[in-house]
Design a protein around this ligand. Sequence first.
Ligand SMILES: Cc1ncc(COP(=O)(O)O)c(C=O)c1O
Length: 404
Amino acid sequence: MSFKQNAKIKFPKWPISDENEIKNLTDVIKSGDWWCGSPGLHQGEHVWRFQEEFAKFQEASHCIAVFNGTVAIESALMALNIGLGDEVIVSDYTFVASASAAIATNAVPIFCDIDRDTLVMDVNKIESLITKRTKAIIPVHLAGNPVEMDVLMEIATKFNLHVIEDCSHAHGSRYKGKRVGNWGDAGTFSFQASKILTGGEGGAVICNSKDLADKIYSYTDCGRIINGYGYKHDTYGTNYRMTEYQAAVLRAQLKKFPAQHDLRNENASYLMEQLNQIDGIQVMKPTSGTTELGWYVYPIVFEPEKFNGLTKSKFYKKLNRAGIPTDDCYPPLHGLECFKNIVLKKNIDYSKANWGNTKSEDINFPIVSDIYARSVEFPHEILLASKEMLDLIVKFIISLKKSD
Ligand SMILES: Cc1ncc(COP(=O)(O)O)c(C=O)c1O
């Protein structure tokens, strides 16, 4: 059979649901408890139960559920008192939210270049970015791949910096035996529709300090105190509560997660073995010390000269046309207009930032700029496909070497 005929076979679609999501949602509607309430005014069961279940799954003492992964980062920053003019070191290769959450607290993100093999923040570059204003580091476990957290934590301890791990891609990842999100002060998660654990939208912060958990909770629930009177608001807070609907779906999805995670890992290794044998293809390398990997997306870096000079967009469009879902990777943050043009907020001194005008040029971020120009990613659902389907991907990529 030619490749084209095979490519008609459909790759799995995400998200995957069954009668359990429907039952949980129907139960919420029928119960009349359409929100979680506050601890003093306990309503519904799904948000409270999900917090316990997700904390247990991530092996953390506390979990605060919120309505998306962006506000999860913002809530952790606010609870750690990171704000006006404080500098926060963030990976340059991530979704905009990892840095825009810092802007929301009036802090200044500082971008850190990546490691060329693992595609995550290069911990050897962190120290050179630290100034008197630096207050925190936000490592992003891109595509589930853990940042070298032991080295990063040594730097954070030495310079007295807070650490918020952005685990939006890394549900279930483990570095040196410890689940990500437990290395720093807090770990944040996204449950947006494309994520490997999803409620359509959703987010959470995990941590292992009761004091910090109380502060995060308070910020996300109108400045309330856990089990306090509902109209007592001791500190500034907003309303970032997760809905019962989100939690109802997430609880059903969490039950499916372990089997999907195992299959993704098995298929990721199978695919990696074959793709890495193709001259000119390099799959994202798991960080040394990774003991489990969440595999949110599956990034590969290719060498255009080994593929007849194909540009990146042509490369992934050819895959798409053959029925293989493939996408561009995140444009590095230093080049995004919102940072490049520095028209953000008044009265905040962005002059010390390593971005803005000429500082945003690619030459200042050499690794990420080179990698971005040559990287594409497969969505995680391809890792739920059969081995036969994975073989088709390999076969098609090899065939691109011959095409014009
Ligand atoms: C690395 C990273 N951080 C944060 C977020 C923000 O999550 P959300 O979309 O749930 O706000 C995302 C979402 O895609 C992400 O990929």
